[in-house]
Design a protein around this ligand. Sequence first.
Ligand code: ADP
Ligand code: MG
Length: 692
Amino acid sequence: MSGLETIPVTELKGVGSAVAEKLAKLNIYSLQDLIFHLPIRYQDRTKVVPIGRLRLGDEVVIEGDVIGCEVVMGKRRSLLCRVKDHSGTLILRFFHFTAGQKKQLESGKSIRCFGEVKRGSFGYEMFHPEYSLADEFTTTTESAQLTPTYPLTEGLTQIKMRSFCEQALERVTPYNVIEWLPESIRHQFQLPPLVDSIHYLHKPPAEADTELLASGKHPAQFRLSFEELLAHQLSLISKKQKAKLERAPIIEEEGAFLEKLIASLPFQPTKAQQRVFQEIMLDLSSGHPMLRLVQGDVGSGKTLVAAMSAATFIEKKRQVAIMAPTEILAEQHFNNFKQWFEPLGVEVAWLVGKLKGNARASQLESIANGSALIVVGTHALFQDSVHFKNLSLAIIDEQHRFGVHQRMALRAKGIDGKLQPHQLIMTATPIPRTLAMSAYADLDCSIIDELPPGRTPVTTIAVSDQRRHEVMERVKVACNDGKQAYWVCTLVEESEALQCQAAEDTAIRLSEALSELSIGLIHGRLKPQEKAEIMGQFKQGNIQLLVATTVIEVGVDVPNASLMVIENPERLGLAQLHQLRGRVGRGQAASHCVLLYKTPLSQHGKVRLGIIRETSDGFKIAEKDLEIRGPGELLGSRQTGLMEFKVADLQRDKAMLEQVQSAALLIHQSHHEHIEPLLSRWLPVQQDYLNV
Ligand code: ADP
Ligand code: MG
């Protein structure tokens, strides 16, 4: 007997091609899709409520006799029908009605209605209730179970959807909806049987705990979410294992080159940097491609770990690519790597989209003939025209912006058919644990959990922009005291052009008010040389106050800058604010960040600024960001397919992730034959991205 996933919805009564198209909008194609299309809430039609006991907002069934019916002309013409039972009377109000309806309702019959109790001009009313008429109602209830309310799309009604789901449910058997979770696992994690859970959720019994159901934490819901998250976890584990089967260059020794690099630094790597580097070395010696994510808070020194890893490849004359999500960040990496590696005689190539003509041709040449051992760039690196001689390590500064496919495209530029390059992924902001355990479970993860010494914590305060002049005064005092400051202008919703305009205007106003200071301006519309020139001036201390757009969010590193003013911080995401603030607190002086917000501040804005003020721990901030914005937005394009769940909700279900992880490992070890069916049940569109 074949599974319900093979039976198209068109087999159901009432589903023709037009309805099937509408169902497709909800990703419902088969009967299996219907049974996993769960209600969002439930109505209680199991009992008839006496009219005298109605409360405002109740959605209930009432029953009574029609005692009058008339058309009234108030603000809108409407049909009013008065219903009476032993405990009181209630008005039914219809704005749209037919003459036939009016006649029917005058009949003096008994009526049973379902609707929401609202306040009308004559006491409680129901607007457009569902109703049926009879001489007398014989059954005492309309339904023995709670009535499901399903997510819909335009052109479908609840009544139709209920009928489709009900028809699909009638065909469910243990043979066409197979229990793929082994008894031992169900027992260990207290999971009710699959088929029972499905029936329960579509038709809960009258006594079901509706509050528990509304919270999404009923055992039946837990069971389905668990299985779905488990399937995702299994797919990531399989992908990871498959990738590990490939061959990659072996690097067993750190080599003299790394020693030279470290010797040239004005500081020592921190313990955390060394530990993470050792984790990387272990991967590199395995003979299989590394797929490692390096996390660390702003300023924890991820770039150096990347450079140390690169050095071990340089030793072997193997090429390393560094890919950044934006040009300004790529430029920052380019400068860093040039500064570290050129004195050691290594050619560093540079490739971004706008590099054209001869300059581009010569870079492509160096990359192809292998004279450039380090190549820094943006996504321009994986264009077809780019050929590496022996790309062996791809370092990706991800910032949640690259999709899996882009990473894979770079990997495809690997050495030859047999050897794959290693991959090191750095995230610009920490990833909340929930996401690390789900969306990033295909990667091994290292955490740099220590900041370089000498950093001073940043004191953050929020000030209303009505006190702007005080803030300006503060900037003046700091700069006159030999310190440097940033003034960040933000306008996230509007265009980049507007943002630059705002920065220009602010720079003019500040120059007028603080005429004795030397003020610079930097934004995204400046040419790269202009930007470099201004950043250079700021670094040397010739510019005291730098007015900037959020282009300085990443990469910029000027230790003497110890004051940052952020305008309209209430409009930025938490991660972005944290990144921005990470530009100060890099030197010896006590640093300050002033959040110059616009009044009135929304409740949301208050909460967000409060979080930023209270903590400077990027991991905590990332957790809060996830709570506020949800996984979809946080991840951007990355693996969005992987984050679309039928029944699970990462935020709601995050507490079960650890159990899901251990269940996945158990199944991987002992029930391998269940993996494939679970994947095909929950991940119908297999994106086999590791084979791109
Ligand atoms: P992020 O992790 O945010 O990418 P970076 O790699 O940009 O951080 O490093 C931030 C700054 O810290 C840089 O100026 C870098 O040179 C410096 N740095 C990195 N490692 C150390 C260290 N071990 N000791 C002192 N400074 C360091
Ligand atoms: Mg960085």
